[in-house]
Design a binder for this molecule. Sequence first.
Ligand code: NDP
Length: 247
Amino acid sequence: MSNIQDKVVIITGASSGIGEATAKELAAKGAKLVLAARREDRLQKLQQEIQKDGGQAIYKVTDVASHEQMEELGAYVLEEFGKIDVMVNNAGVMPLSPLSQLKVKEWDTMIDVNIKGVLYGMAAVLPFMRARKEGHIINVSSIAGHLVFPASAVYSGTKFAVRAITEGLRLEEHANNIRTTLISPGTIATELLDSISDVELKAASIEANQKVQIAPASIARAIAFAIEQPADVAVNEMIVRPTIQEL
Ligand code: NDP
């Protein structure tokens, strides 16, 4: 039996891309999924697809940038399933731009979603996992959490922060038997570039990505690998790039 079977897994950003692919992968391996994002139609459609294939999934419309909504998400899952085994903090946005364009609102959104969203996701599950002395928190960073690219200063800043926070979590909580995983994807074919507001930069990014990108299922399989290890094994960090991606 897979070590994923019957685990209750919350996935933020489950309405598209990596989150959606991860939900499908884990549902096929017997997890009980909790799908969270803002677009209800997409969550509903994914829930139906999973159920049609014999999997289990519920959803809750949630903005990860709201501490209150994230607390409500945690409480809802405990009410529905009585436990939380895994939290996948995957939701993220990437409105790239050079600092000189002063797109301050976009900076704020990246900080709110990519950093605070991860922190609120941890806050929503950590007390419960500590009390139970069991649990797994998976945070999605990026290659941009290891390297800075032109126009990625703020996005990279948020993803470096996710790395630091995840390592801090590991240091503080390993003795409570809580596993942490940081996953840093390379270029993946998703809707992520849609949030770039600079028309030229968006077109150039799409063109560059299309040359190397791999399917979101590649990251879903890596997440499944981390979860399905025995409880005494923590896969703490993974970088998963397209084979042909240089940086
Ligand atoms: P997508 O744009 O396809 O998915 C992003 C997800 O985040 C969507 O489901 C979106 O749902 C959700 N989201 C955005 N803002 C919020 C919010 N405020 N509250 C709740 N959910 C939110 O992109 P990816 O699948 O690629 O992105 C997933 C993660 O992977 C991100 O953290 C991204 O930074 C990271 N990543 C992606 C890479 C890539 O090449 N694609 C490379 C490296 C890292 P909704 O709009 O419905 O709320």
